[in-house]
Design a protein around this ligand. Structure first.
Ligand SMILES: Cc1cc2nc3c(=O)[nH]c(=O)nc-3n(C[C@H](O)[C@H](O)[C@H](O)COP(=O)(O)OP(=O)(O)OC[C@H]3O[C@@H](n4cnc5c(N)ncnc54)[C@H](O)[C@@H]3O)c2cc1C
Length: 259
């Protein structure tokens, strides 16, 4: 079985500060991490490898610094890591990103593609579904757990806010995974040593041969009109009462907002 895992290196948004004048994120000095949902995608692929045997290829599109994340993926058990990097891909929106990733994925002819549900920086949750559409294969999003897999089919638990579904799909198929349910295994000592010896496969547009109208800024129909940070405002009412008095104070504080 051949599995592609799509992983994105993202800024750790829990430490992010906003430049209030420019309305942009201050990225300087912010550490980069594996996108949290993608760690579940990798763990799911590695569990399948443990269970029925698989070649796990991690793929990322990004700047050369994403190599650090790929080395970590080797240390956690990936078999091949692929970096898709070229100035021609700069300025890609999700449309151009999924176009580029799909072209790279086609070279591997995988049985299963595991992506995260959503990246914590771009936050659109579009890339996985767009790739499934481009490759014309079934997709199951919001996967929290692998139930079973054979060489022909996969069954998984799909998580909604208030209920779950068990879904089965034929292969090839694309799944997108949620973050919290399936913690990524620790780095293995032997694999960590090997992680720095193994080559990383670099794909540029010389390899993918995509027309310039399909990639990078030219291939990105999204127009960002304005970005801004909503200011936090409002008065704080401190209720110091206790017991019934506190309940009555809360009700009277809320009453202007209730019908
Ligand atoms: C007009 C425009 C210009 C942009 N220019 C740039 C730019 O110059 N540089 C830049 O870094 N970003 C740029 N972006 C952001 C970039 O488009 C998104 O980060 C990217 O398309 C992924 O979208 P997302 O973060 O919403 O991912 P989501 O759709 O939320 O991600 C879902 C899953 O898809 C997979 N995935 C997503 N992106 C990648 C990736 N790159 N490699 C591997 N797997 C991935 C992961 O598994 C992820 O969990 C731009 C966006 C716009 C709208």
């Amino acid at each position: 079985m051949k599995i592609i895992v799509l992983m994105k290196q993202v800024p750790n948004t829990t430490n992010m500060l906003i430049d209030k004048e420019k309305g942009t994120l201050i990225r300087t000095g912010v550490e980069s991490i594996m996108n949290p949902d993608d760690t579940n995608a990798l763990e799911t692929a590695l569990q399948i490898k443990d269970k029925i045997g698989a070649q796990v290829t991690v793929m990322t599109m990004g700047p050369t610094q994403a190599e650090d994340m790929l080395r970590e993926c080797y240390a956690r058990g990936a078999d091949e890591c692929v970096l898709i990097s070229d100035k021609a891909f700069a300025g890609s929106d999700t449309w151009a990103t999924s176009n580029t990733l799909s072209a790279a994925i086609k070279r591997y002819n995988p049985d299963l593609i595991c992506a995260g549900r959503q990246a914590i920086d771009g936050d659109t949750a579009q890339v996985g579904p767009q790739i499934a559409e481009r490759l014309n294969i079934p997709q199951i999003t919001y996967v929290s757990q692998l139930i079973d897999i054979t060489n022909d089919s996969i069954s998984v638990k799909k998580e909604y806010e208030d209920y779950t579904e068990i879904l089965e799909s034929s292969l090839p198929c694309l799944i997108t995974t949620l973050d919290p349910t399936n913690p990524l295994r620790l780095m293995n000592v032997t694999d960590t040593w090997n992680a720095y010896q193994k080559p990383i496969t670099l794909l540029t547009n010389v390899d993918l041969q995509l027309e310039s109208s399909l990639i990078g800024l030219n291939g990105s129909p999204t127009q960002v009109k304005k970005t801004f940070t909503r200011s936090v405002s409002g008065e704080i009412t401190l209720i110091k009462d206790s017991g019934h008095e506190a309940v009555n104070s809360i009700i009277s504080a809320l009453s202007p907002y209730l019908n």
